[in-house]
Design a protein around this ligand. Structure first.
Ligand SMILES: [Mn+2]
Length: 324
């Protein structure tokens, strides 16, 4: 059983100047990136040197957070490793081999597996935790810190619109904006800007998707064959589940993506538009996340087998909700 840190213990750790590696979750989104890069500012303030790594390359769009870093892992002996917004070792993807070396997890997922000593707070985003830390420390940090925190907060709440938004989310959002960041531009980049590859992937997603449970369940599977034939890469399809989620009448959206490096691994992403807890379905597949946004990794010999492993579970959840 790993230790749960109090805020005081967390602050003491943060103030220790150390050679630090920060790990982001796979398929990096604005919250894991924003949390990592804002935490970097805090750690550097206290004399730490910081490198940030992720198993996947971040989208070019998020270079306002990453400042162009490719987040490649550099093999060396770090004095400490901190994981941000990472609920389980699986979420570290190819870097999951580092999971048992992690010294500290800072996270907001209710289903966190607590694979290392952890500090948790079930707010809307991990960035809210980083901002809480900043508020305790009250130190001078550059504007980039606030841009990163805002990106994380806004990213995980869909621009402060999702059911996970609390009064604290709005208060923190307001307090961050007060530092003079261009919040409208950050939101435009996160929500209203797509690369041509993403647009192509979106078109393909609508062509390939199917509607089950009388239109309440939208499922799309993208295999390596489909990706190759259409010249799209993993970065382009990172957000496809949200495209099919927007269809009127859809209660749950699921995307199944075959692994590029390991074709027997299928990454499942699910989103709920209602009170169906998709994290419970993903838990049956060995994954987890939030009630309305969860994922899992399924190992299967063929796309058909991967599909059969997961889709019936989502169908069952949707059908049970509908008769409720
Ligand atoms: Mn998050």
């Amino acid at each position: 059983m790993n230790k749960q840190l109090t805020l005081k213990e967390l602050l003491d750790i943060i103030k220790e100047g150390k050679d630090t590696l920060i790990l982001c979750h796979k398929n990096p989104d604005p919250d894991t990136l924003g949390s990592a890069f804002s935490l970097k500012h805090i750690l550097e303030y206290y004399g730490s040197s910081v490198h940030i790594a992720c198993c996947d390359k971040p989208s070019q769009k998020f270079s306002f957070i990453t400042e162009g870093s490719s987040l490649e892992f550099i093999e060396k002996a770090y004095e400490r490793i901190i994981a941000v917004d990472v609920a389980s070792p699986i979420q570290l993807g190819d870097l999951s081999r580092l999971a048992d070396k992690v010294d500290l997890i800072i996270d907001h997922h209710t289903m966190n597996t607590r694979f290392a000593p952890y500090y948790e707070d079930f707010g809307a985003s991990c960035a809210e935790i980083i901002f809480s830390i900043y508020k305790e420390l009250n130190i001078d940090l550059p504007k980039h810190f606030f841009e990163c925190v805002y990106a994380g907060m806004s990213g995980d709440t869909g621009g402060f619109r999702y059911s996970n938004v609390t009064t604290r989310s709005m208060e923190y959002g307001a307090q961050v904006i007060a530092f003079g960041i261009d919040h409208a531009e950050i939101n435009r980049i996160i929500f209203e800007s797509k690369t041509m590859g993403e647009i192509k992937a979106q078109k393909l997603t609508f062509e390939k998707m199917e509607l089950l449970c009388g239109g309440a369940l939208a499922v799309v599977m993208l295999t390596n064959e489909i990706k190759e034939q259409n010249g799209i890469c993993d970065e382009d399809i990172s957000d496809i589940v949200n495209s099919i989620r927007s269809i009127e009448g859809v209660l749950v959206a699921v995307s199944i993506k075959q692994g590029t490096k390991d074709s027997q691994k299928y990454s499942i992403s699910s989103r709920a538009n209602c009170d169906i807890d998709v994290s419970k379905v993903c838990a049956m597949l060995g994954g987890g996340g939030h009630a309305r946004a969860s994922g899992a990794m399924v190992v299967a010999e063929s796309p058909k087998i991967a599909y059969e492993k997961c889709v019936p579970l989502f169908e069952k959840a949707v059908n049970e909700f509908k008769v409720r």
